[in-house]
Design a protein around this ligand. Structure first.
Ligand SMILES: Nc1ncnc2c1ncn2[C@@H]1O[C@H](COP(=O)(O)OP(=O)(O)OP(=O)(O)O)[C@@H](O)[C@H]1O
Ligand SMILES: [Mg+2]
Length: 234
């Protein structure tokens, strides 16, 4: 089943002096449980695409269906509800609360959900069991990214949006994070939407979407996926 179906989506940003079309006639279907990697140069519309799918922003025109339900014309209240119920989001900059421990940061996510997953199991899945009681300043970048993944995941989202999840990380740490995402996808069938500049990451995707100047210029369905450990690193 398609989790998302996007038809003729345009996003135009206007200010006093200029108009910028960030997305142009986007068509895309995303089946449930897949890993989707979005590649493209800076400014090509990757974050705009994530923002629209995750209900942070709305398209100027076109249709976005989530589980056959139209989300492109929802009110702010409905969008908040949609995000709370179905969406997890992780950012390149982690967004952790500095005076809360690892466990407490993750627990924040579980309060957002009516059916949260087991905290301890999630902490184990992302490999943080020995760091539960530490504060963010005591963690490496990769460990902080794991906390942000765990916090997004513990609410049991249908979709996990990751905007440059490994952008600030070295190769080893980056691959560890991608392995965690792959494990989560296999274990919970969470659909993953990963934005990256790193073309190597495309090899672990089911679907690779390549963007340029607001358009999808290529969509590849991989027959064989690589394990995170076996990826190259651009
Ligand atoms: N809120 C906004 N107002 C005006 N223009 C915007 C806004 N958000 C994005 N844009 C513009 O839309 C285009 C696409 O931006 P977007 O952030 O989606 O690119 P991106 O592919 O994520 O780039 P990067 O790899 O640098 O993160 C860019 O030209 C950007 O300047
Ligand atoms: Mg971006």
């Amino acid at each position: 089943m398609n989790l998302y179906k996007i038809s003729h989506v345009n996003k135009v940003y206007k200010n006093q002096s200029q108009t910028l079309q960030a997305l142009k006639d986007i068509q895309l279907e995303i089946p449930e449980g897949k890993i989707v990697v979005i590649l493209g140069p800076s400014g090509s519309g990757k974050s705009t695409m994530l923002n629209i799918l995750s209900g942070i922003d709305i398209p100027t025109s076109g249709e976005v269906l989530f589980q056959n339900k139209q989300i492109d014309h929802m009110s702010d209240l409905e969008l908040t509800d949609y995000r709370r119920q179905y969406i997890g989001f992780i950012f390149q900059s982690y967004n952790l609360i500095s005076n809360l421990t690892v466990s407490e940061n993750i627990e924040l996510g579980s309060h957002l959900s009516e059916q949260p997953l087991d905290m301890n199991e999630i902490i184990k899945t992302v490999g943080l069991e020995h760091h539960k009681h530490k504060y963010p300043y005591q963690l490496s970048g990769g460990q902080m990214q794991r906390v942000s993944i765990a916090r997004a995941l513990v609410k049991n989202p249908k979709v996990l949006f990751c905007d440059e999840p490994t952008g600030a990380l070295d190769e080893k740490t980056g691959k560890d994070i991608l392995k965690a995402l792959q494990d989560i996808n296999e274990k919970y069938h969470t659909t993953m939407m990963i934005v990256t500049h790193n073309p190597s990451i495309a090899e672990m995707a089911d679907i690779v979407v390549r963007m340029n100047s607001g358009e999808i210029v290529e969509e590849i369905h991989n027959v064989k996926k690589k394990h995170a450990e076996d990826l190259g690193w651009a």
